[in-house]
Design a protein around this ligand. Sequence first.
Ligand SMILES: [Fe+2]
Ligand SMILES: [Fe+2]
Length: 199
Amino acid sequence: MSTLIGKLSPSVTNLIRMDHAHVLATFQQFHAGTGVRKKQALVESACLALEIHAQLEEEIFYPALRELASDTTIVEKSFPEHSEMRRLITRLRGMVPTDPEYDNAFMELMRDVMHHVADEETTLLPAAERLLCERLGDLGAEMTRRRLQLLGSHAGEIASNTLRSFPESAIVMASGAMAAGAYLFGRAGARPGPGPAPR
Ligand SMILES: [Fe+2]
Ligand SMILES: [Fe+2]
């Protein structure tokens, strides 16, 4: 499995872009008029995806970039932004979706995340693609392995969120954080189909 991940995993920068797209797609499903159960599932799904994404960036991506960047300001400012995001996630988890402040708290998280994602996509990822060009594939494989570990410990929570926000989260999950793992498992299990039935 480890060798397969090394061969098939997208580059680290493309994995990060996929995660961003996944979270932004979850945000788009959230509306003030959404039912309480589905709203909570969308929020929980977005929060978990953001936590895993931030952990992966902090453990694997930012340290690799920090080693090579002459100006690390852009990397360093990401840590307090992740901390603020975690603070808002903790606040949301302490609320019920019927709380009058629930929507505002999630809107604040969405605004912060969209700003952070825009910075990463316009400056951090292009810088990484210049500086880490030789290592993008290896770092992508490392990120995929670590993601599978982290997802494994949250499997029940992910299944519950998917069921409660179905069908949107099923579409979102297929396109986002789970995509790399699902893609790899799919390729690992793929075999040539049977030929035409004998006449
Ligand atoms: Fe980040
Ligand atoms: Fe990111």
